[in-house]
Design a protein around this ligand. Structure first.
Ligand code: HEM
Length: 463
């Protein structure tokens, strides 16, 4: 019934849907998150759009997102069946699976990350060692302008690689570099108009050439890369010594879920764990060069608390409230996953006075929360004060939800926060960041599942 042009009676309102394409072209796909946030001015915090033949509901602002994802979380724990995502995940893995497979994979991934990351085998030395390689590479540019993108990607990705594959990749490893550039491209294409068209008209689009075919090709190449790693693991596997996630998987659940599920799980952790944190750090560099006075204040705090002779540790965080606030503000402003990932209703639910039927795709618009003028004193300006009280102590803010919320909340949140903290403080401890002479930082983004800065060059001077 919803596949009609008109909205059913108690269904959320929204802009007029056109025949066949619906609201596909209501949205500016170069800045989808901003387009979707603007629609609230006219239609409120819960509204609907028709993408081709399928209705979706966009949820906006903290109260609505909390009511939906947390208070009624059970109804929204599943992912929708979107053709482009299904072609790749086949319902397996962690990110796009549902039901029993999702529960099992999520629990297993969390406990394995915890075991390797925060338990006996702490990740801290892995991160700090990776930082040393990264710093050496940065130093080799001797303060001259360079684009830090690939090195950062490689460095951050190496953390999840150590967890999952049990080893890191050398900077400049060609195959790995190619893989990293695919991640960025793949995530961009996933959120493009092509992906929308594919998801709306899969039977037609499957037969047509275009970027929606490229994205399949990209993800398949990533899977092939993972298959080689899995094969090597099986080859020299010793059940009495689990080295990493793949080993644990082989000992614990392979029998039940089969080998393809392992490939998709690794794919999910690898992708989600690489692109997000490194993109956040690329934004961090830009904010630090844009606001040198904030950078100087961070460095002064680190110098005072950590000094220059030892590496920072997680225990320092409580004594570095300003630095912690700056990291939070970087995450808020850079808004890395602007529309979170899609959810689907498994039952009818009431939200904001409307009835949303079951099997409806739901977009949690995190942008509407992270930039809400009712939540933040200066929503559009970089202001570490958002996370500080008048005494300069760190304060948590409920509307800080870059990792989303509820049952599908980012599985890597703790890992990401640890990576961001240790990398950022170590970088600030060792380097001063500036733009090449005469160049101004450009804060524009490229829209995709993740928001990334445009390519830029930066100068890192040793301190
Ligand atoms: C899901 C953000 C880093 C693994 C998500 C979601 C967001 C997010 C918004 C979707 C939540 C939802 O569906 O409502 C971020 C940000 C990161 C980050 C901002 C870094 C700054 C990581 C890392 C990992 C990771 C390092 C590595 C393990 C995952 C996984 C999911 C996920 C596996 C899917 C969870 C599920 O469907 O149950 N993340 N993430 N993320 N993230 Fe992250």
């Amino acid at each position: 019934d919803y596949i009609k042009n008109r909205r059913p009676g108690s269904f959320p309102p929204g802009p007029r849907a056109f025949p066949i394409v619906g609201n596909l072209f209501t949205v500016d796909y170069n800045r989808t998150h901003e387009s979707l946030t603007q629609v609230t001015d006219r239609y409120g915090d819960v509204y609907s759009l028709r993408m081709g033949q399928t209705w979706i509901v966009v949820l906006n602002r903290f109260d609505v997102l909390k009511e939906a994802l947390v208070d009624q979380g059970d109804v929204l724990a599943d992912r929708p069946n979107l053709p482009l995502l299904q072609d790749i995940s086949q319902g397996l893995g962690v990110i796009f699976s549902n039901g029993k497979i999702w529960k099992q994979q999520r629990r297993f991934a969390l406990s394995t990350l915890k075991h390797f990351g925060f338990g006996k085998k702490s990740l801290k030395p892995v991160i700090l060692e990776e930082f040393s390689y990264c710093a050496k590479e940065f130093k080799s540019h001797k303060g001259k302008p360079f684009d830090p993108h690939l090195i950062l990607n490689n460095a951050v990705s190496n953390i999840i690689c150590s967890l999952v594959f049990g080893h890191r990749f050398e900077y400049g490893d060609e195959k790995f570099m190619e893989l990293m550039s695919w991640f960025g491209k793949g995530l961009e294409l996933e959120a493009s108009i092509w992906a929308q068209l594919y998801n709306s008209f899969p039977l037609l689009m499957r037969r047509l050439p275009g970027p929606h075919q490229t994205v399949q090709h990209i993800w398949n190449s990533v899977k092939d890369f993972i298959r080689v790693e899995v094969k090597e693991h099986k080859h020299n596997w010793d059940p009495s010594d689990n080295r990493d996630y793949i080993d644990c998987y082989l000992s614990e659940i392979q029998m039940e879920q089969g080998p393809e599920n392992l490939v998709v799980c690794v794919f999910d952790l690898f992708l989600a764990g690489s692109e997000t944190t490194s993109t956040t750090l690329r934004w961090a560099f830009l904010y630090m060069v844009k606001y040198p006075e904030i950078q100087a204040k961070v460095q002064a705090e680190i110098d005072k608390v950590v000094g220059t002779s030892r590496q920072p540790s997680m225990e320092d965080r409580a004594d570095l409230p300003y630095t912690d606030a700056v990291i939070h503000e970087i995450q808020r402003m850079s808004n890395i996953v602007p529309l979170s990932l899609p959810h689907v209703t498994t039952r009818d639910i009431r939200l904001g006075g409307y009835t949303i039927p079951k099997v409806m795709t739901i977009i949690p618009n995190l942008t509407s929360v992270l930039f809400d003028k009712n939540e933040w004193e200066t929503p559009d300006a970089f202001n570490p004060g958002h996370f500080l009280n008048p005494e300069g102590k760190f304060v948590k803010r409920a509307a800080f939800i870059p990792f989303s919320a509820g049952k599908r909340v980012c599985l890597g949140e703790n890992l990401a926060r640890m990576e961001l903290f240790l990398f950022f403080t170590s970088l600030m401890q060792h380097f001063t960041f500036s733009m090449p002479a005469g160049v101004k930082p450009v804060m524009d983004f490229r829209f995709g599942i993740t928001l990334s800065p445009l390519p830029y060059e930066v100068c890192l001077t040793s301190r």
